[in-house]
Design a protein around this ligand. Structure first.
Ligand SMILES: Cc1cc2nc3c(=O)[nH]c(=O)nc-3n(C[C@H](O)[C@H](O)[C@H](O)COP(=O)(O)O)c2cc1C
Length: 424
């Protein structure tokens, strides 16, 4: 088994550390879980405090450590009920015989045992103890009770122990525990995806088409974008269970079924509407629009009359919509598109980094058979380094089929990353 630790966003784990010699390994476990993108809050029993300091866990988790139940100050912060609600998983590692016994009997005389009873989150225990304590009838009886109660047990490893004994009872390595936790969340996500679609519950904003930059009331600067790719993607995202808003430049396409459409003309209007989507809440932002890089500095109030042989129009740079959205504090997962006529992959990879995108799909618009006005497309998709995903070549296919593959790529980056599916 390889230990893949790529990112899982927005899941909360309460890591409870109890008074066993393996408590030092929990410091590394916090690091590995943080690497995987989990939010961590650490609870320590009084026993654990004899083995390792809260300061270590506070520094590693980036959150205050919770140690006491009957402390008005602690309860005024995130109290036991709030912690219980916050958790998506209560992970007890190491779990001592003592704590297992408390859980099995329903005692609630300290913070952890109270939290155990108060949380609706799944509970995982990682027992770690001397091999004789592990084999003890009472320990095995308590474990059987916990399994009956729905607690998940990560079995201890066998080998040499801190006390000098050899046998079952060692806490598994932090990487192995983190891997199992990640696999659990991946599986849960996959079950949701299978039932409700790959982007179930996600809010997606897509920009599409060209923009029109007015010169005077009857003339404008624009480009050949038809919006077909963005509209096909909007349909695919909706079919995948997402709530989709399409911010469309001037195109003559029907709004896909189930999709909310906001029409704009200029780059500035497109930016305004994109920022408004962020305000409303947006998980994924897909920028397919061919936004004009420049706009006319001063739009003439009246139609410009034909006069001399030459006419100079001053242009000023438009804001970069994608880069602006990517710079926001609460940024969504950012997908960019690059249409290039040469050195396509090189430019696209550069754009991915420069604009801080999560994913970029690029195509070669110099090819007459794909791109702008065509119903077909062929693309190469790159992911930001943190996703540890290889680039994907999407062979020439209809824009509908390409959209479906892009939805899969977004989903993979968001949830599965490079975790090998057959290992789950
Ligand atoms: C040096 C030392 C190491 C210990 N290691 C373990 C251990 O690995 N596993 C265990 O179950 N108990 C171990 N104990 C016993 C627990 O610390 C003791 O049962 C304590 O009450 C546990 O409290 P807690 O479960 O509230 O943390 C150890 C005790 C000492 C003194």
């Amino acid at each position: 088994m390889s230990f893949d630790l790529s990112v899982i966003p927005n899941k909360n784990i309460v890591l409870a550390v109890t008074g066993g010699i393996a408590a030092y390994k929990s410091a590394i476990l916090v690091r590995r879980l943080k690497d995987a993108g989990f939010n961590i809050r650490v609870v320590m029993t009084q026993g654990a405090l004899a083995f390792i300091t809260p300061l270590t866990f506070q520094a590693l988790s980036g959150n205050p450590v919770h140690t006491e139940l009957l402390n008005p100050e602690a309860e005024a912060g995130m109290g036991h009920i709030e912690l219980a609600r916050w958790a998506d998983l209560l992970l007890v590692a190491p779990a001592t015989c003592d704590t297992l016994a408390k859980f099995a009997t329903g005692l609630a005389d300290d913070l952890l045992s109270t939290l155990y009873l108060a949380t609706k989150a799944p509970v995982w225990v990682v027992p770690a103890m001397n091999q004789q304590m592990w084999a003890a009838k009472a320990t095995q009886r308590n474990l059987a009770t916990l399994v009956d109660d729905g607690v998940h047990v990560i079995m201890p490893d066998s080998g040499s122990q801190a006390c000098g004994d050899v046998g079952l009872g060692r806490m598994p390595e932090p990487e192995a525990i983190a891997y199992q936790v990640k696999a659990y969340f991946h599986q849960a996500q996959r079950a949701i995806a299978e039932k409700f679609g790959l982007l179930a519950g996600k809010r997606v904003a897509i920009t599409a088409g060209p923009t029109r930059e007015a010169i005077d009331p009857v003339r404008y600067i624009s480009n050949h974008s038809t919006g077909k790719m963005g509209f096909a993607l909007a349909a695919a995202c909706y079919a995948a269970g997402a709530k989709v808003t399409l911010i469309a430049g001037p195109v003559s396409l029907d709004t896909p079924n189930g999709v909310r459409r906001v029409n704009v003309q200029s780059a500035l209007q497109m930016l305004d509407q994109s920022l408004a989507q962020l305000q409303e809440g947006c998980d994924i932002f897909i920028a397919t629009a061919a936004v004009a890089d420049y706009r006319v500095a001063e739009v003439a109030e009246h139609k410009i009359k034909k006069s001399g042989d030459e006419l100079a129009v001053n242009l000023v740079k438009n804001p970069d919509i994608v880069a602006t959205i990517a710079q926001q504090e609460k940024r969504p997962f950012m997908v960019g598109f690059a249409a290039e006529t040469r050195q396509v992959e090189e430019y696209a990879a550069g754009k991915l980094v420069a604009k801080k995108l999560d994913m970029i799909a690029c195509n070669d618009v110099s090819r007459a058979d794909i791109g702008f006005a065509s119903d077909q497309n062929a693309m190469t998709v790159f992911f930001a380094d943190q996703y540890q995903l290889d680039k994907r070549d999407l062979e020439k296919a209809s824009k509908q089929e390409i959209s479906q593959q892009l939805v899969e790529a977004i989903h993979d980056a968001l949830h599965f990353n490079s975790l090998k599916k057959d290992e789950l």
